[in-house]
Design a protein. Sequence first.
Length: 364
Amino acid sequence: MFKRITLLCLTIPLFAASASAQAATESFDPSTLKVPTKGKPNEVLVLGTAHLAQLPATFQPASLNALLDKLSSWKPKIIVIESLSGPECATMRQYPARYDGTTQRYCRWDPSPARAATGLDVPAATAEIDKLLENWPAAPTPSQRRRLAALFLAGGEPVSALVQWLRLPEAERRAGDGLDDKLVAILDQRQFGRGPRGEDTLLAAPLAAALGHERVIPMDDHSISDVPLTQLDGYGKALNKAWENPAFAKRQKEYESLSAGIDKPEKALTLYRALNQPSSVKLVYESDFGAMLDEPSPQQFGRLYVATWERRNLRMASNIREAMGNHPGSRALVIVGYSHKGYLEAYLNQMHDVRIVPAGPVLE
């Protein structure tokens, strides 16, 4: 009897292993299960952008007007930007050894002047923002908007502060309600985010204000991707060597041609149409991340680089999904550096209640 039981027990794992192998061949693909089938779907348009501050001096902000008109016609209900949130920057600043260099580069807005003006640190200001927006009136007074702008600055969300600032009549863009003269000058001069020539201050905030939004949503994340690397010697040299490939040279040449003399609306639209077509997404991979996977250093620096890139994009996709989660049936516009576009579309497309909207038809 003992032998029969033992043999039976041995055969069960064999059958289980066989069934498991068969099940593994039947892959589960969430992107094929788009539900719900009733009601308005969640739609996401990922707009790949150049970093406008890096464009030639011939670039004129007014050249973006035609692009803004097309994006406005699509009527997004949520606008998401490539920026770190105030709470994330506040957290990262608590770990200077881990995030040395990261906060200086990606958390360039220092909320301390707004803290001095309002008396609130980032957590307290964030809590107050949430409280106000939960019961925000349909027609807020200028005083309420100035107060909310001050809170956004104190909470580390300066681009959302600019949205409130732009929604004020010009005569009401003045100090008061938590905004002192220094903060007013900062708002007027766009001394935050990617600066006065950034896609966050020239595209996202004006578009949000024109559409009647109260804020934009930051979705970037460097808390996991930017971790200290051991054996850094040779890391940059190895990456630069991997970028010496024909695809990268082609991509650079095309980008320089598109961005040269970008001083008219038709030129800006040509740039954005080119950056958002499928061939551009493929070229980004071939010139950069695909090349890095075959980078030959003994330390396999290229693979480390790709791992940080994938982690960052996965976090971005999660933050976008979170932004949409409380607003079923919404349209979200994601404005992000064009290297991220293909990755975010692929990751977001895996989600059941997200449908990707091609940028091409919107930009025509």
